[in-house]
Design a protein around this ligand. Structure first.
Ligand SMILES: [Ca+2]
Length: 343
């Protein structure tokens, strides 16, 4: 691949980055940074383009984007930052950012087991739902959606797709995140506003109270007595449900090192299952150690032909139906929810 081909291919990739991230770019660059990094690192690996030529390529790329518009230029600058950090990372022939001194600590962790599964059913789902968290309770699906003004709390019959209750709690500052139900209370995280809404299960029309969570809010589940919360880092917190005081925390890691961007969560039979933002897999975490003991690979779960360009977003959303033993999996603005059984 020569330089011109590289730039053209990269511009196409960046366009897909922009399209997927445009709804969250205005308030915080976390999403776009993470998305940009994942896409571009994949891209570099796919093309085998030499990092030594990146600076020349990026200079040309920024010139190219200057003729488009300001937003695209912003994207190019963000991408440049990551490509340069990638280049620096490769300058010592190491693609793994984990500190060598810590490597031995992680290498003692056994590799995760590949958890195979069978898809037992597929159901239609509202493509307007920017799914941030799902949980099953008493035969219904409780869902929290994000995307600022479009954020909501929903109760649905997931087998018919019928939305039985929809509470719009989003504003230009409130972005819905993870959800869980404990002791007949629904807890709904928000992303950057430090607010956790608490609803009575019997009355979801408005929150019965709010609690303060001092970190970013990403994923939420519970183990029957504690809330389990992720904040987009590699730390998962166990918190008192009445106060949100942190009781303890774990650092999520596999034999390859820390795993960051821990997102939507589900507690299933003594283990924490987690989406990892931008990844097409779910990890199974030992709640005592934080070690990843299993992985469910969900690549191509949603077929390319089922995706709506510029709308269908990443895999996100895991819930456990204890009555059937099924796991429900979906994504942000996906047209489907999948029912799986682990083999
Ligand atoms: Ca969940």
């Amino acid at each position: 691949m020569d330089l011109q081909e590289f730039i053209l291919a990269l511009s196409r990739r960046l366009h897909s980055v922009k399209g997927a991230g445009k709804n969250v770019i205005r308030k915080n660059y976390t999403y776009i940074r993470l998305r940009g990094k994942a896409n571009l690192l994949d891209f570099i690996q796919e093309t085998n383009f030499s990092p030594s030529n990146l600076v020349a390529a990026l200079s040309a790329m920024i010139s190219y984007f200057c003729f488009l518009n300001v937003t695209m230029l912003k994207i190019a600058v963000v991408a440049t930052t990551f490509l340069l950090s990638f280049s620096a990372c490769n300058s010592n022939d190491s693609s793994d950012p984990v500190d060598d001194t810590l490597q031995s600590e992680y290498s003692s962790i056994p590799p995760p087991v590949n958890l195979t599964y069978t898809i037992t059913a597929q159901y239609s789902k509202d493509t307007g739902a920017f799914t941030q968290g799902i949980e099953v309770n008493n035969g219904k699906l409780y869902e929290s959606t994000g995307d600022y003004e479009n954020s909501s709390l929903r109760i649905t019959d997931w087998k018919t797709g019928k939305i039985e209750k929809l509470i719009r709690m989003g504003t230009d500052k409130i972005f819905g995140e993870g959800i869980t139900i404990l002791n007949n209370k629904i807890y709904q995280l928000t992303w950057l506003s430090n607010i956790v809404y608490v609803y009575d299960l019997s009355n979801v029309d408005k929150p019965a109270q709010t609690l303060k969570w001092t970190r970013e809010g990403w994923g939420l589940t519970n183990n029957g007595k504690e809330l389990i919360i992720s904040d987009g880092t590699n730390t998962v917190y166990f918190a008192d449900p009445s106060s949100l005081n942190v009781i303890r925390s774990i650092k999520v890691a596999s034999y390859k090192g820390p795993i960051t961007a821990i997102n939507e969560l589900e507690y299933i039979n003594g283990f924490i299952y987690a989406n990892v933002y931008l990844q097409n897999y779910v990890i199974k975490i030992d709640p005592a150690t934080g070690h990843v003991v299993g992985v469910i690979v969900l690549e191509n779960l949603l077929q390319q032909s089922e995706k709506i360009p510029g709308r269908t977003d990443v895999l996100n959303g895991i819930a456990y139906d204890s009555t059937s033993g099924s796991i429900l999996i979906t994504g942000k603005r996906w047209p489907k929810i999948f029912e799986l059984k682990l083999n």
